[in-house]
Design a protein around this ligand. Structure first.
Ligand code: FE2
Length: 200
């Protein structure tokens, strides 16, 4: 069965002024859609058809660049949309996750700084992550479509730092995008949902 582009979980105007409707139209309707369409074209005969998206990401890594890049970017963007919401961001971290941030990452302020720094220093296209690995939180950054799934971890939060996610609204100023994203857009409820879904 073909993979499908999920609709945005909010209106295109919902994230303004921090992310414009124009960015969401390009990013969701064109970029994410292209990943889904390309994956559906590449899967037949690849040996990866019939698996879940998560299994395709893990199985194709290092073996089939075309399938991996599009499957991983589909997986990443499926999570990226609900990782944002109107009126999100800031310190509204659920207690279950905040306790781990305190234990593993030196507290909220250091976590915020290190997460944004990871996004700023990812050279070229990629993502920065809050991931769970071997029962501990870690902050990572990855190039292109790579994600914590292929590093033996599980993503709790990820920010897209490809230029397509910020160039319309912030031009070349990726740090401003990261700070606005963290302080005004993060949907901590979805972080808690991803924590609950983490492989035990
Ligand atoms: Fe993207």
């Amino acid at each position: 069965m073909a993979f499908e582009l999920p609709p945005l979980p909010y209106d295109y105007e919902a994230l303004q002024p921090y992310m414009s409707a124009e960015t969401l139209h390009y990013h969701h309707d064109k970029h994410h859609k292209a990943y889904v369409d390309n994956l559906n074209k590449l899967l037949p005969g690849s040996g990866f058809e019939g698996k879940s998206l998560e299994d395709i990401v893990k199985a194709s890594f290092g073996k089939n660049a075309g399938v991996f890049n599009n499957a991983a970017q589909d997986f990443n963007h499926i999570q990226f949309w609900p990782w944002m919401k109107k009126g999100g961001g800031g310190k509204k971290v659920p207690g279950s996750v905040l306790a781990l941030i305190d234990r593993d990452l030196g507290g909220f302020d250091k976590f915020r700084n290190d997460f944004i720094e990871a996004g700023k220093t990812q050279f070229g296209s990629g993502w920065c992550w809050l991931a769970l690995k071997n029962g501990k939180l870690e902050i990572t950054k990855t190039p292109n479509g790579e994600n914590p799934l292929v590093q033996g971890g599980w993503p709790l939060l990820g920010c897209d730092v490809w230029e397509h996610s910020y160039y319309i609204d912030y031009r070349n100023e990726r740090p401003k995008y990261l700070e606005a994203w963290f302080d005004h857009l993060i949907n901590w409820g979805h972080v808690e949902e991803m924590f609950a879904l983490a492989p035990k």
